[in-house]
Each structure stands twice: as structure tokens, then as C-alpha cells.
Ligand binder design. Structure first.
Ligand code: MET
Length: 340
């Protein structure tokens, strides 16, 4: 089937699970009650994704507070009790981040609970997202390693352990989120892709890297204003990504100033093309989605295109996210008819 659909990963949390419409949202309950709420929210979003015609579903990242810190919470060597303010993505925004204070080690499984809940309750293909090593080290303070690259490879090993366990849980596709790849392009070529490959080493399920221009929050939309008429960041990193064994690349296309001819640099990859804008509450029509898929298909063989969202929908209003999922499913179906 042409143009299967998926999402970047996160979906808004219901207001009984966490504070709505924000990143790093505080939970509304604790202990077993919180666990039940996470499970219920995961099930609701699986059902809505299925009803919308999403082919490769996710658990909506309902069990983690943030796409980076969700992974870090189960690692020894990280001090969450003393967070410090840090400028992240080259000072684009300030965040309160935990600190690495000792050698890093997994305390146990990180995402077994939500991966198994999702696997038990859907027959669809299941994608699971993990933060990539470069994005992790750009979202945490280092008081121990004293070397960005060394710390990134330490995280890559832990990611690899968890990714293999997720695969054993029945996950079909592991996606590493690397928005930092659009910020530190030289470092991506020097070591970022190698660290990513270490994280994905030995996986036999499908693998992807997601490289976007960030969530639809003001710090990101302001940053985009400074990037000029053409966003050419992908041009510097796609050749090396194309040479890597990572199979899929998820990128931002809808309402983006990325010249789509850059996609021709991904000669051997499946392209997850973002056809849904997460920085706008305007809900796309099916025709809008078809237009982006059509434009992408000028540079990527149709059989290599998956339709997705530009980035995660975590901070979005719930009803808007739901409507956007419906548009994604309907748009891909229309594209199959019109462009198939
Ligand atoms: N998987 C993450 C999400 O969907 C990707 C975030 S990249 C800023 O929210």
C-alpha cells in the first residue's frame, strides 16, 4: 500500500493525566493512580489513531513527561533532584535540566510498561520513539564526563539496550528523535551519526531518525523566522545519513521552508514526510495533505513515502490533535486514489 501513515510520536495528554497544552507538564496523580491514568490515556489514543486510519501507531508518549527526560528518569548517574537552567539548541530556549553526576547505567527497563500496553491492545504496526544521543546531551548538564562525545556514546549504549528490549516487546519500528541534528550540522557529521548508529546497532526491526524544526512553541517559531527564505540544514547532513544503515528519515515538509529537492539526497531511505503542521491550530484538509505528498513524490519514489506529522503534538489542544490525525488519515487515503 502506498503512503502508509504514522505520527512523530507524542500526542496531547488528557487533562486528568497531566496539565494540558504545555511541555514538561506536571502529572495530576501519583503512584498506581498515575500508572492507571497513563494506561488509560494510551488506550484512548491507540483507538483514535486506529479510527483515523493511522497505519503505524505509537503509544502517544503518554507515560513520559518529555521526549528526552522520559528516557533519562530510569538511569543511574543522573541527579533529577538538583535541576539547573541551561540554554539548549544553541541557546534557543532555556530549560531546567537534570545533571549527569556519575557513570551512566540503566536501572532496568525504561519503557516496558507503555510498550507492552500498546502491543497488547493494537494489531497495527507499532512505532516507539527514543531521544537520540546528540539531542540527549544537548538537554542535560554534564558534571561528570567533561566530554560531549564521550557522554553521547555512553547514552548511545543505554539507548541500544532499551531499543533491543523494545524490539523484544514487539515494537516494529524504533525511531530516534534528533532535532539537534538541525542545529549542530558539523558535529552530526563528525560524531552524531556514529553515535546514532551505536544506538541502533544490532536492531532487526525497522529504524528511523526524526529530524524536525521542533515543537510548535514560540521559541521555535521565532527561531524559524531567523532561518531565512530557504531552510537548507538538511543539505549538510543528508549525505551522511544516506550512507548510514538507519532505514527511515522523518522530516518536516508542511508549511516549511525546506526546499523539497533536498530530499533527493536521501537516495536509499524511506522518507517519513511531515504533511501535518504542528505549529498551527489550523486543521489541514485532505487536499492539503495530498498536495504535500505530491510535492514530495517529485523527489522520492512513491513507494518510499510514509506520511507523518512535522513533529510531536504534545503541547497541542487535544481536539485539534485529534482533527489533525483524521486529516492525516483521510489525506493519505485520498493521495492513494489520486496519485496511486
Ligand atoms: N517523538 C517526539 C514527539 O513526537 C519528537 C520530538 S522532536 C522535538 O514529541
Amino acid at each position: 500500500m502506498l503512503f502508509p501513515t504514522t505520527i512523530a510520536g507524542s500526542l496531547p495528554k488528557p487533562e486528568w493525566l497531566a496539565e494540558p497544552n504545555m511541555l514538561w507538564a506536571p502529572w495530576k496523580s501519583q503512584g498506581d493512580e498515575l500508572l492507571r491514568a497513563k494506561r488509560d490515556a494510551t488506550l484512548i489514543w491507540l483507538k483514535i489513531q486506529e479510527d483515523a486510519g493511522i497505519d503505524i501507531v505509537t503509544e502517544g508518549e503518554q507515560a513520559r513527561q518529555h521526549f528526552v527526560h522520559g528516557f533519562l528518569e530510569k538511569i543511574d548517574g543522573i541527579d533529577f533532584a538538583h535541576k539547573v537552567e541551561m540554554g539548549i539548541r544553541k541557546d534557543r530556549y532555556k530549560a531546567m535540566v537534570p545533571q549527569v553526576v556519575a557513570p551512566l547505567r540503566l536501572k532496568g527497563r525504561v519503557h516496558a510498561f507503555e510498550a507492552r500496553v500498546a502491543r497488547t491492545h493494537t494489531k497495527k504496526k507499532l512505532k516507539f520513539t527514543l531521544p537520540g544521543p546528540m539531542t540527549i546531551i544537548d538537554t542535560i548538564a554534564d558534571r561528570y564526563y567533561g566530554d560531549r562525545v564521550k557522554m553521547a556514546f555512553a547514552f548511545a549504549e543505554l539507548l541500544n539496550e532499551e531499543a533491543k528490549a523494545l524490539q523484544a516487546d514487539g515494537v516494529d519500528l524504533v525511531q530516534f528523535d534528533e532535532p539537534a541534528f538541525n542545529v549542530y550540522m558539523d558535529e552530526v557529521n563528525d560524531w552524531g551519526i556514529k553515535a546514532l548508529e551505536r544506538a541502533a546497532q544490532g536492531l532487526t526491526c525497522a529504524t528511523a531518525v526524526h529530524i524536525c524544526y521542533g515543537y510548535g512553541i514560540k521559541a521555535n517559531t521565532d527561531w524559524k523566522e531567523t532561518l531565512g527564505a530557504q531552510w537548507r540544514q538538511y543539505e549538510q547532513i543528508f549525505p551522511a545519513i544516506d550512507a548510514s544503515p538507519i532505514q527511515q528519515v522523518a522530516i518536516e515538509c508542511r508549511n516549511s521552508k525546506v526546499p523539497l529537492d533536498l530530499l533527493a539526497l536521501l537516495k536509499t531511505k524511506i522518507v517519513q514526510a511531515g504533511v501535518i503542521d504542528v505549529a498551527s491550530d489550523t486543521v489541514e484538509t485532505a487536499e492539503d495533505v495530498v498536495k504535500v505528498i505530491d510535492a514530495v513524490s517529485k523527489f522520492v519514489p512513491k513507494s518510499n513515502i510514509i506520511a507523518t506529522t512535522n513533529c510531536g503534538m504534545a503541547p497541542m489542544r487535544r481536539e485539534i490533535a485529534e482533527a489533525k490525525l483524521m486529516a492525516l488519515g483521510a489525506g493519505a487515503a485520498m493521495a492513494r486514489e489520486k496519485l496511486g
